[in-house]
Design a protein around this ligand. Sequence first.
Ligand code: SAM
Length: 390
Amino acid sequence: MSESKRKRDPTDLTLVEHHAEMMSACSSGDEHTILSLLQNATTSDPSGLTRRMLATQQDPTTGQSPLMVASIGGHVNIIKTLLEEGAPWNALDRFNKCAGNYATEKEHWDIVNLLVEHGTRSELVLGASIRLERQMNNSGANTQMETDNVSTHVSHQPCTKPDYNSQTNVRYDAANTLLLDDDNDAVMMEWERPLMEAHASFLAGNAISGDNTIKDCKKRVLNVGFGLGIVDTAIQTYNPSLHVIIEAHPTVYKKMIEDGWDKKSNVRICFGRWQDELPKLIAEGVVFDGIFYDTYGEHFTDLEDFHELMATSLVKPGGVYSFFNGLAPDNLFFHGVACNCIQSQLSHLGMDAEFLPCQIQVDEKVWDGVRRKYWHGRDTYYLPVVTWKK
Ligand SMILES: C[S@@+](CC[C@H](N)C(=O)[O-])C[C@H]1O[C@@H](n2cnc3c(N)ncnc32)[C@H](O)[C@@H]1O
C-alpha cells in the first residue's frame, strides 16, 4: 500500500487513536491538544483529509462527534475551531440528536446561538445553490442534478414528493378527517384544526385568539392548498370579500366541487399549481390582505419561491401572511434553524416574521393507518405571523 493511501485510510490506527484523543480534548475543553492534533495531522497528511476527519469523525458506536462533546462541555472556542475545520453542524448521533440539541439541553446559550447562526448561513447557501441549479436545469443548462443536495437540507419536509400531483389514489376517509396519498402518507389530518383556525383568525380576522377577532371584516384572502378545507371553512366565517383558493390535485378539486365551494359567491377556485396560478392572478392585478400557504409534497425551496411571488401580491402596508409551519418537525433545533432561514429570507423581501407559540396536543392514535408521522409529539406549534416592516 502506498504511503498516501495508508494515510487516507479511515481505519488507520493513528487516526483512530487521535480521534479518541480529540474527543477527550473536546470534552474537557483542552484547546491546546486540539490545535496540536490538527497541526500534526496537517504535517503528516498535507492533503488535509486527516485533519478534516479529526474534526468531523463520529464515534462508530454512539455517533457522537467532536462538536457534540464540545457542545455538551460548553466550550465555545472549540466549537468555533471545529466549525472552521468543516465539522457538520447538523450531524446526528444514534439518539437522533445534533450538537445544537445537546447545547440546548445544557443551556449553553452562547453555543446554541453560534450553532443557529452557522446552521442558518449554511442552509441559506445550500438553499440558494439548490434554487440556482433548479433554475439552470429549467433553462436547459447542462448541470449536475440536485438530488444529493436536496437530501441533506435539514428543512426538507419528511414527505417531499415531486410526483404527488399525478398520484391517482389520493383519497379522503369516510368521515372526511383524513386525506391520504398513494403511499398512505397523510396529506392533511383533522388534528390540525385548532392550528388552522388560529391561522384563519390571523389572516382573515386580524387576530390570533378568537376573542379579539373581527368577524365580517371583508378581507381579500388567498389560501394555497385546500386539503380538508379546514382553513377555508374557518376563513369563510370572517365573510371575506374575496376568497381565492388555489388547489392542484384533481381529487381534491373534485371534492371542492362536490361540496359546493364553487357556488359560494365570494369564493374563486383556481385549479392548478400555485406556480402556474399565482402568476396569472398577479397579471390580473389581484391583491390580497391575507395569504396562507399550506401545500403538500413540496420542498423548502418551493416555499422560498412562493415567498417571492407572495410578496408581490400582498397589499402594503396592512397585508399579512402565514404558512403551515411543519419545517423540520422531528428536531426542535433544526426547526429553529429553518424558522431563522425563513425570517432572513422574508426580511430581504421587506417583511418581519415572528413565530407565535400555540399549544397543541396530538394523540398518538391519530397516526394509526398513516405511514409516516409529520409531527413528533411536540406540544408547541410556532405559528408564523408575517407582516410588512414598519
Ligand atoms: C396540507 S393540505 C392543505 C390543508 C388545508 N390547509 C386545510 O386546512 O385542510 C395541502 C394541499 O395542497 C395541495 N397542493 C399540493 N401542491 C400544490 C401546489 N403546488 N399548488 C396548489 N396546491 C397544492 C394538495 O393537493 C392539498 O390539497
